[in-house]
Design a binder for this molecule. Structure first.
Ligand code: FDM
Length: 229
């Protein structure tokens, strides 16, 4: 560990819509930390490499069909299978930078609707399986309008990459963020910050570094929090 005293490393999550530049910025952040001599590990959800991850991957590429409840629980299980690893890394002084987490889990599943536009899965039901996961110290929500995201070259081929879906997902992200702000303590001490991801890449990178650098340099006191407990 490169941290002073008994401090642990921070858990940083980057969330956002498709085409928000989230993945590029997450890996840039990771390399910048490493270049600055800071221990950091990059994690990405869904982690498509595990047995559960392979089921998620084939669902997303539409090579398999799964009940909406079942796939939701698989996404959550995919996080739980890494929970202990994440906690150990943080306690050992390695910062964890994570591309998507439980907030995507809720926002995407809660955005699914039937042919009449009625929600398929209640919000609370979507949140429950992730209660108690390691809580991030900082969430950077990469906010972008679905129109602007579309201008960036359109959505991909995978499930969920449709504009109406992205619009609903964005609204759920915002709702989750508002609730996190209101209950920072009960949410395990997570700080939620919205980043205007519609700007130039360099500007976004500058803001991200400005928020992350002090946190990784100073370290965090106390144990790793538990989400929504
Ligand atoms: N997604 C991602 C979910 O629906 N639930 C989850 O828990 C997570 C982590 O999977 F559309 C969705 C979000 C996105 C898709 O994500 C794949 P990536 O970042 O494109 O691999």
């Amino acid at each position: 560990s490169t941290l002073p005293g008994k401090k642990r490393a921070p858990f940083i999550v980057i969330e956002g819509l498709d085409r928000s530049g989230k993945t590029t910025q997450t890996s840039k952040l990771h390399s910048r930390l490493t270049e600055n001599g800071i221990d950091a590990t990059l994690v990405k959800f869904p982690d498509r490499t595990t047995a559960i991850g392979k089921m998620i991957d084939s669902y997303l590429r539409s090579t398999s069909e799964l009940d909406d409840h079942a796939i939701h629980l698989l996404f959550s299980a995919n996080r739980w299978e890494l929970a202990t690893t994440i906690e150990k890394l943080l306690l050992a002084g390695t910062a964890v930078v994570c591309d998507r987490y439980a907030f995507s889990g809720i926002a995407f599943s809660a955005s699914k609707v039937d042919s009449t536009g009625a929600p398929l899965l209640p919000f609370e039901w979507c949140r429950d399986p992730d209660v108690g996961l390691p809580a991030p110290d900082l969430v950077l929500f990469f906010d972008i309008t679905p129109e602007k995201a579309r201008e960036r070259g359109g959505y991909g081929e995978e499930r969920y990459e449709k504009e109406e879906m992205q619009l609903r997902v964005r609204n759920f992200f915002r709702r989750i963020g508002e609730e996190m702000d209101g209950e920072a303590q009960s949410a395990g001490g997570t700080r939620w910050i919205s980043i205007d991801a519609g700007r130039e890449r360099e500007e976004v990178e500058h803001d991200v570094w400005g928020l992350v650098e002090p946190l990784v340099t100073r370290g965090v006191d106390g144990p790793v929090g538990k989400l929504w407990t």
